[in-house]
Design a binder for this molecule. Sequence first.
Ligand SMILES: Nc1ncnc2c1ncn2[C@@H]1O[C@H](COP(=O)(O)OP(=O)(O)OP(=O)(O)O)[C@@H](O)[C@H]1O
Ligand SMILES: [Mg+2]
Length: 338
Amino acid sequence: MIELHDVDKVFQRKGKITQALKNINLKVEQGDIYGIIGYSGAGKSTLVRLINALEAPSSGRVIVKDKVISEYNAKQLREMKKDIGMIFQGFNLLESKTVWKNVAIPLILAGKNKAFIHQRVNELLELVGLADRGGSYPAELSGGQKQRVGIARALATNPSILLCDEATSALDPQTTVQILMLLKRISEQFNVTLVLITHEMSVIQKICNKVAVMDNGSIVEHGNVLDVFGQPQHPTTLNFVRTLIRDSLPESIEQASNTNQHIRRYRLEFLGETAGQPVIYQMIKTFDIEFNILFASMSEVQDTVLGFMIIQLSGDAELLARATDFLQNSGVRVEELH
Ligand SMILES: Nc1ncnc2c1ncn2[C@@H]1O[C@H](COP(=O)(O)OP(=O)(O)OP(=O)(O)O)[C@@H](O)[C@H]1O
Ligand SMILES: [Mg+2]
């Protein structure tokens, strides 16, 4: 659907050179909800601007729908752009036009006839839950409602790709969830491929199936959300995961407990099925050791439970080794903490 091969993007302004993207390789498949997460300045917006041909890569190839963008002629490029909808953090609505008109504009520009536009706009407002607000002006709407207008407008020409640049960053957490669920429904119902830029882990957690983590112009990690966030490799990825699930002991607990030869501390990682199984109970029943939970943190990612538990075990050293082997063999990742 969308592929970037060895893409670099260099900006040159007033003699200052910024390499916004470095050797980017990315593949978005049809139906993906592909999240791109990174801190400010990582290059996320630049990457999206390459996909809808607002910018050209300095080197490398951007392929949209099996064709390199630079090989599209002007007419094909216009058609391709109609197939890509875009929504923004600031909504970008025309304040002097009604909601109805805002949604109608892409259709008017596409030269559709009045009857068609009438039907399509009503249908879109219905879809985003604003059927009764067509006559309102943007200033009369809440942030969430404005974004719904943005979504309706982006979908007007029936695109197969929707690009969302920080589409929920200006919204409160509850409204964010509503907008994300709307996007997910649209993706499923109309088979729209979504590329979603964010700096919030919770956005990725709620709707994405794939994720790319960007840092300083590079993609440092990418793949299925669960794989990337279940075993983060890069410090930036780890920092994002920690905003969702704590994987280390809070200092207050750290200070209050101590370890020695017979009391050892372990970090357990549960993923998917293991999270729902009574492995700890089985371990205590099988081995004569004392067990104490110091800290636990769990969250749901892609309908799978992901969690960490920090425990203390007391007992004979050999027994502890056998007990932790037992956990490992049950599918729990075990790491001794020193
Ligand atoms: N048109 C431009 N001219 C010069 N430099 C630019 C231009 N657009 C982006 N940059 C630079 O490229 C880098 C990446 O910017 P980009 O907007 O892609 O980051 P971002 O990840 O979207 O950040 P944010 O989360 O703040 O939106 C930044 O250093 C930025 O200053
Ligand atoms: Mg940006």
